[in-house]
Design a protein around this ligand. Structure first.
Ligand code: AVJ
Length: 322
């Protein structure tokens, strides 16, 4: 009942080297948020989700816990759930429960970068849901989206957690258009997005009083130290999290506390930072329903369901091919 395909390759580490080199040599410097998530980074993100200030994970869980039955009904009682960035599938169980209760649950397709977690999740789920087929895919889903298996019946493709907010508009447009191209007329996309709200709450969510987010942000330097033989001094940088209200996104950076030179042995480059210089490590876009509708329209999709938590902080939207 379990079949897992692995598509990770030597290309992945070459892609990282290329990406980091380009990012550190551009002006201003920038690193991609996907490099946050080594084992330590994933643990720190787990801790972030439990912080008082960080509401998105709780809000999304609330929606799934309360409204999965409606979501599944609105999606046409699909037999297959595809989940991009599935991880331990903690919140996914609400959707699987609702599919089981509706009598339509057949196949779960977890798509994740971690083989270990995907195997473990698959083992747990086939026990929890007798008869469930798991057809997992271990890959970078941005690069390997087209390898997602087709299915006999309807599919629901879930992209939860608000990760779409980390993409720049052009990247996001490309990604959503590729998802749209994968969807048959009866397939649906379920997308998790954080919503626009007061600056104070947003900035607190990304600069918590315990300093966990600061540590999470600086951990990317540790990843470069290990993967690329770099010598970043984590104490020589500070965490910066500002809301850009024009672009409606959090802008997360590391600010150099001194003039310094950093060596990246594997890339054979040295880069200079001046005191006060900021390097972006992540954006986290906040949405409104109207903005999402126009984003969907540009990707050939249209909204067919809108589910928020009671406080209206976060939304799960359902979309179909237009
Ligand atoms: C997991 C990408 C949705 O953007 O809110 C949390 C990552 N970064 N705190 C987000 C994150 C800093 C998170 N996502």
């Amino acid at each position: 009942m379990i079949a897992i395909e692995v598509h990770l390759d030597a290309e992945a580490s070459e892609a990282m080297a290329r990406d980091v080199r380009a990012g550190l040599q551009s002006e201003p410097k920038e690193l991609a948020p996907k490099y946050f998530y080594d084992e330590r980074g994933s643990q720190l993100f787990e801790q972030i989700t439990e912080l008082a200030e960080y509401y998105p994970t709780r809000a999304e869980r609330e929606i799934l816990a309360r409204r999965s039955a409606e979501i599944v009904a609105e999606a046409g009682a699909p037999g297959t759930l595809v989940e991009l960035g599935s991880g331990s599938a903690a919140k996914t169980r609400h959707l699987l429960d609702a599919m089981r209760d509706a009598g339509c649950l057949d196949t779960y397709v977890p798509v994740d970068i971690s083989e270990e977690i995907t195997q473990e999740t698959a083992r747990c789920l086939v026990e929890e849901y007798p008869g469930l087929a798991v057809r997992g895919l271990v890959c970078d889903f941005e690069r390997h989206l087209e390898r997602i298996p087709t299915a006999e019946g309807e599919r629901l493709v879930a992209f939860l957690g608000g990760t779409v907010g980390n993409l720049y508009p052009a990247q996001r447009q490309g990604f959503l258009s590729r998802i749209a191209a994968l969807l048959g007329p009866a397939d649906r996309l379920l997308l998790g997005t954080d919503l626009v709200k007061e600056t104070d709450r947003l900035e607190a969510a990304y600069d918590d009083s315990l300093g966990v987010t600061a540590e999470f942000n600086k951990n990317v330097l540790q990843v470069l130290n290990r993967e690329l033989g770099a010598d970043f001094d984590l104490d020589a940088f500070e965490h910066v999290a500002r809301y850009d209200s024009d672009r409606e996104r959090m802008d997360i950076r590391l600010r150099s506390l001194a003039d310094q030179e950093v060596r990246l042995e594997e890339l054979d480059v040295s880069v200079e930072f001046v005191a006060g210089e900021e390097m972006r490590t992540e954006i986290s876009t906040k949405f409104t329903r109207a903005r999402l509708e126009s984003i969907y329209a540009d990707a050939g999709l249209e909204i067919c369901g809108w589910f928020t938590d009671a406080a209206g902080d976060y939304a799960l939207s359902l979309a179909r091919p237009a």
